[in-house]
Design a protein around this ligand. Sequence first.
Ligand code: MRU
Length: 372
Amino acid sequence: MGGAAPAGRDFLPPIETVSWRDGAVRLIDQRRLPAELVHMECRTVPELFSAIRELAVRGAPAIGVAAGYGAVMAVWKSRSGTAGLLREVAAACKELAASRPTAVNLFWALDRMNRTAESLSALAPEEFRERLLAEARAIHEEDLELSRRMGRAGAELIPDGATVLTHCNAGALATGGLGTALACVYAAVAEGKRVSVLADETRPLLQGARLTAWELSKAGIPVTVLCDNMAAAAMQQGRVDLVITGADRIAANGDAANKIGTYGVAVNAKHHGVPFYIAAPESTFDRACLDGSKIVIEERSAAEVLGIAGWVGRGQEPEARSEAEGSVPVPGVWNPAFDVTPAELIAGLITDRGVLRAPYGESIAAAFGGRG
Ligand code: MRU
């Protein structure tokens, strides 16, 4: 592990996004990247709830992995008997499920932890906790393995010398340690291909400019940051060979929710004849959700949008701005964190079961079974 991406072997970025440490959920505090690499430890459910809500940990698979460990952390020091532990796990899962609404991986991981807890109800408390931790570790390890498989499938779509445009961060920082969209780039580079990446900055929270640029630079992979409004011009000038992004939830018909701005990238890609792919593991597919119109889109605070324009101080809500500071009223803000890219704009879904093609209703059902 470590250093510049080596050609010819499996490459794992030396980034421990989420881990279990002595009864705590240890996270890279992604709010502080790229200025500093700092870890934080969540020891209570409210601490982990805030870390997810405020994007200290973010990215659909990473949130799922963190929530899995969170369900264990909730009972690690408890003195309750097993029936009490079961209730405490259920309460923790309910609380964590309210942290963010769009990434289905969160609910998938919490359901899995709840079901596991129920299946352990006959065990003594000590063994109950150990087996619950084993399940959280399994979610983490499986995520890494699915990323490896996705990476190998996606690498086949990346020609030697290609430039890949991506939006938001769908790398090691967004997952159990390798990535979805960036797993394809890491795998292509490990196969010896020369690949460079254009990273949309990703307003308002700059996951592309801060996180994608940081982890690719750290891995020695050439990356160029673009403001979001430059992606169309880059495609017009022939600077983009293909687009790969991640997703937070993919409906049964292939419509995919991802970071706000992804839809615009897909429309631009279609116009310019650039293939637009989405990479996601099975845990991101919500087969009970029939199409993208049913996906709940998180709306976030006005401060995230107005802060950079100087209307409010960092982290300050518009209401906190006193009249004395200026007589011009603060403008309204619409700040959806995600948008939905219709299936018809997607050239392929890169998954741990290979690259799925349209019609997605059929290919998703064939890969993962019927409605989940
Ligand atoms: O708000 P965020 O940073 O959690 O949004 C993350 C994304 O939109 C990612 O692209 C998505 O989770 C896929 S990550 C592998």
